[in-house]
Design a protein around this ligand. Sequence first.
Ligand SMILES: [Zn+2]
Length: 82
Amino acid sequence: MKKVMLMAVAILFSAATVFAAHSTNPVSDTTKTKKVKPVAKIQYTCTMHPEVISDKPGKCPKCGMTLVEKKPVKKKAEPMKM
Ligand SMILES: [Zn+2]
């Protein structure tokens, strides 16, 4: 009876090893899906009219100023220290 248990454990162990090796295998096609890169969307805004946002460069419809690249939102600046 003990032999059967030992064999079961051995099989389980080898199965787990094979599974682990397979899941970490870079050739595994589960990871071959298209890489989705988070594209930083550049937006353009008017320095005078922050509500004007365009996804391409152009001119502000309100004042005609050239739209400037809007920088991605960063961490909030340090709170004011007085
Ligand atoms: Zn403007």
